[in-house]
Structures are given as C-alpha cells and as structure tokens.
Design a protein around this ligand. Structure first.
Ligand SMILES: *[C@@H]1O[C@H](CO)[C@@H](O)[C@H](O)[C@H]1NC(C)=O
Ligand SMILES: *[C@@H]1O[C@H](CO)[C@@H](O)[C@H](O)[C@H]1NC(C)=O
Ligand SMILES: *[C@@H]1O[C@H](CO)[C@@H](O)[C@H](O)[C@H]1NC(C)=O
Ligand SMILES: *[C@@H]1O[C@H](CO)[C@@H](O)[C@H](O)[C@H]1NC(C)=O
Ligand SMILES: *[C@@H]1O[C@H](CO)[C@@H](O)[C@H](O)[C@H]1NC(C)=O
Ligand SMILES: CC(=O)N[C@H]1CO[C@H](CO)[C@@H](O)[C@@H]1O
Length: 425
C-alpha cells in the first residue's frame, strides 16, 4: 500500500547499536588464543585413536577488509578524551554525529541511510546507462519507468489531468466535480477495488498473503488495519491536538492546496470556502478513524494479533464490503479458485473491522468518496508536476523539518525500483 509519508521521525540513529562491539573494536588489535577452534578435527582424530595434544593456536582477529573498515569507522565515532562513565552516548557517538550532519533533503541520518544513499547513486547509474541494450524486457521496462519519471517537463504541462480522467472512470470526485457526483451511484466495494487495482492503494485495511507465523510452511491471506493519511503509526497526530497543532495545520493547508490545484487542473472554478469545508470534513472523519485504530504500542502481543478465521467470516465482521467481489477483482486469476474454497485467513484485529464497519456506515458516502479518492490521488504525487511537489515540500518542512526536496533522480530511482523490484535487483 502506498502512503505518501512514512512515519519519518527525526532521530539521529548513530551507530550506537554497534557501540558495545565498538569499544572492543576500537582497541588495538590483539592476537588471542583459540581455545575451542578445530573441535571437530580433534574429535575425528580421537575416533581414529590417535592421541593428539591439541596445540594452542594463535589467530589474529580482523584480517578481513570488512573488519578493518568497521574498525576504522568505529574508531572515528568514539571520542577517547571523554569519560564513558559520564555520558556513554557522547563518548561513543558524538564524533559520528558531528561528522554526519543531516542532509537538507533528509529528515534523519544513520549508517543505514548512508548505505541506502550509496545504493541509490549506483542504481541511478544503471538506470541512466544507455550504452548497452537491456538484456531483458523487465530491465528495459524499469529503465522506461525511470525515464518517464524524470520527464518533468511533461509532468508540468499535463498536471493532474490524467489523474482526473482516471477518476472519471471511477465515477466522479465530489469535492472536485461537485454536482456531477451522484450519491445513488456510490459503491464502496467498487471504489476500493478500483483504487487497489489501479495503484495498489488500499485505504481502510491492508490485505495480502503472509507467512503463517505458527506454521511457516504455509502462507495465508492476512487482513490488517489500514493507515491514516499522514502515514503509518500517526494516530497521535490526530488525537493530540495540542501537541501536534502545527503539524495538523500544515496537513490541512497542504490538502486544501492540493484540492485547489486539482480543481484548477480539471478546468473548474475554485470555491475556496467549499474546499475548506470539504477538507475539514475529511480531517474530522480521519480523527474518528484514528480513535478506532489500534495504537502501535498495543499491537505487541502477537498472540492477540493472530486470529485464525475463515474467509467467509469477513462478511460478518464488516458487511459493508463485498469481500468476495473485492478480493476477486484485486487478485490474479490463478488464486480465484483458492478464494472460492473459503480459505483460512488471519485477521489481526477483528474488533477493528467491526468498528470500521460502524464508522463507514455512519459517514456520508460523499465524505467517504472524497477521502478514498484523496488517498488514491496521493499516490500520483511525483507525476503531476512541480506545483504539487512544491506544496509537498512546504508540508514536509512543517511536518518533519525537511529543508529541501530531494533531487528528482532519487525519487525516480525509488519509484522505478519499487514498481519492478525484482528487475531492479
Ligand atoms: C572530543 O571531545 C572534546 C571535548 O568535548 C573536544 O574538544 C574534541 O574536539 C573532541 N574530539 C574529537 C575528535 O571529536
Ligand atoms: C545517453 O544518455 C545521455 C544522457 O542522458 C544522452 O546525452 C545521450 O544522447 C544518450 N545516448 C543515446 C545513444 O541515447
Ligand atoms: C503446516 O502447513 C502445511 C502446508 O499447508 C501443512 O501441510 C501442515 O499440516 C501444517 N502443519 C500444522 C502443524 O498445521
Ligand atoms: C461556495 O461554496 C459555498 C459553500 O458550499 C456556497 O455557500 C457559496 O455560494 C459558493 N460560492 C460560490 C461563488 O459559488
Ligand atoms: C496476549 O494475548 C493473549 C490472547 O489475547 C492473552 O491470553 C495473553 O495473556 C496476552 N499476553 C500478554 C503478555 O498480555
Ligand atoms: C585442520 C583444520 O581444519 N584446521 C583449521 C583450524 O581452524 C582454523 C581457524 O578456524 C583454520 O584456519 C584451520 O584450517
């Protein structure tokens, strides 16, 4: 499922997880005596009835290049002039933190980020390499996706028109097309099926095959709660209005800005008052949803999250959705016969589905449609031109403190890799 903003927390995750190893590694290399090496060899020899007095062998730790690099890195992170008993973090990590400022286009930085950035740069070289003809169709396709993504001129000139044309095939978008949308044509299952089919945007719940944690020989269809517009694990933003007032204001402004542009790109007249009212309704709906969502801190008991049910039970928990229709329309034909056998499934939280059913029943179809399509439209954010990206950057600054948008090629490497991950390696 695609969320525009993951739960990016501004944390400097230095390499402190390696700190214990680090203190050891930072010491000068010492030879050590191997007491228990070559055990099997010794045993074999005893079986052969040869009396062997095992020689104590000396080995030198860390001749490998990897070891030496890790050692250099850790030594550079530690400041030996500080007292570890005073503040262990400062002692172990301060030098690393000081020598690795967070780049302006990121909101956190860690050893893992550094590696990821390196991989991104390598991938870019591969995607942009046009000196050899791709050996496979998939690789040609992934390069094509990358090139299309990099074609910002086209995105700027087309804007959200393709997105809006697609929405017309789903029906209309009430907050953009206004009276063209008809409540009588509202069909929740169909709407969700359309958003999943076209862009893998599943809003109120996520589902897919997952390893059965109690029997790793099989995979089962698993159903879990969805995530809010601000991303995974962002429930508190909606519920703690005082603490997150600034972020929620930024979110409202960002959403209003987007709807304004969508309306303009649709060639329709913008009614600012109406857009604001529509967006406020959406946020109010999300707040109610946030109450129902189970907080991450209450999802640590895996026994509780492991509820084996039958596929047909879904319609008892959440009758507002036609599960059969939804799953058949969003899964490959090959699994249809399996789905028709009423298979065993796993539901993380049965109560959530029941509560969601009630909430959706009690919410006007217009608001539900506005919201689902807003989430779906969010998955287009890199493809509809600079004005949308500028809005997003302003929001990301308020929300996470990101000082500038990351270079286009990084977005495109990620999106090409995400769409065809096997071809990308
Ligand atoms: C180590 O810490 C001291 C005291 O804070 C500081 O003066 C010194 O520059 C630090 N050394 C390095 C290599 O960061
Ligand atoms: C390869 O790409 C470079 C840079 O994008 C471009 O200037 C060049 O014309 C391309 N060559 C071919 C043969 O397409
Ligand atoms: C685990 O799953 C496999 C494959 O479906 C099945 O054959 C086996 O009986 C299962 N084991 C248990 C203990 O349920
Ligand atoms: C804008 O929308 C509001 C609320 O729906 C409505 O009362 C108002 O008449 C609209 N204004 C225009 C100029 O259409
Ligand atoms: C985890 O959930 C199971 C099932 O609801 C319950 O029996 C068990 O006591 C819970 N464990 C903890 C540590 O809360
Ligand atoms: C005979 C034998 O297997 N010797 C091995 C003992 O262990 C060291 C290090 O683990 C190996 O380098 C030897 O080849």
């Amino acid at each position: 499922m695609t969320t525009p903003f993951g739960p990016r927390v501004v944390i400097i995750i230095a390499i402190c997880c390696l700190v214990l190893g680090g203190t050891v590694c930072a010491l000068p290399r010492v030879p050590f005596v191997n007491d228990d090496g070559n055990k099997t060899v010794t045993a074999d020899r005893i079986e052969e009835n040869t009396v062997v007095v095992e020689e104590k062998k000396t080995h030198t730790v860390g001749d490998s290049e990897g070891y030496q690099e890790a050692s250099r890195l850790l030594q550079k992170s530690i400041n030996l002039t500080l007292d570890p008993c005073e503040d262990f973090f400062e002692y172990a990590c301060r030098s690393w933190v000081d020598s690795h400022p967070i780049p302006d286009d990121l909101t956190s930085y860690s050893q893992f980020t550094a590696t990821r950035e390196k991989v991104l740069a390598e991938m870019r070289k591969l995607y942009e390499d046009n000196t050899s003809i791709p050996t496979s169709k998939s690789i040609a396709l992934v390069k094509q996706i990358y090139r299309t993504c990099m074609d910002t001129e086209k995105h700027n000139s087309v804007g959200a028109r393709d997105l809006l044309d697609k929405i017309k095939t789903f029906g209309y978008w009430p907050m953009v097309h206004n009276e063209k949308w008809r409540e009588s044509s509202f069909d929740l299952t169909k709407l969700l099926s359309n958003t999943i089919q076209s862009r893998d945007v599943s809003v109120f719940f996520d589902y897919g095959p997952a390893e059965d944690s109690r029997n790793v020989s099989r995979r089962l269809l698993s159903f879990d709660q969805g995530s809010l517009g601000l991303g995974y694990s962002t429930r508190d933003y909606y519920l703690d209005e005082k603490k997150y007032e600034k972020q929620m204001k930024a979110y409202r402004k960002y959403t209003i800005g987007k709807v304004r542009y969508y309306t303009e790109d649709a060639g329709l007249t913008v009614n600012e008052t109406k857009i604001e009212a529509d967006v406020d309704e959406i946020i109010a709906f999300e707040k109610q949803w946030a109450i129902i969502l189970v907080a991450e801190e209450n999802r640590r008991n895996y026994t509780k999250l492991y509820n084996v049910r039958l596929f047909n039970d879904l319609k008892d928990y959440m009758p507002i959705i036609d599960w059969k229709k939804l799953t058949l329309s969003t899964t490959p034909f090959l699994v249809h016969s399996y789905l028709k056998t009423n298979p065993t499934i796993i539901i993380s939280d049965v109560e959530y589905l029941q509560k969601m059913n009630t909430l959706l029943q009690n919410t006007e179809p217009r608001i539900v449609t506005n919201y689902i399509l807003l989430r779906w439209a969010g998955s287009w954010s890199q493809e509809i031109g600079k004005k949308y990206e500028d809005l997003q950057q302003e929001f990301a600054f308020q929300m996470y403190g990101r000082k500038q948008r990351q270079p286009r090629w990084k977005d495109c490497v990620s999106s090409a890799g995400g769409k065809l991950s096997y071809a990308s390696g």
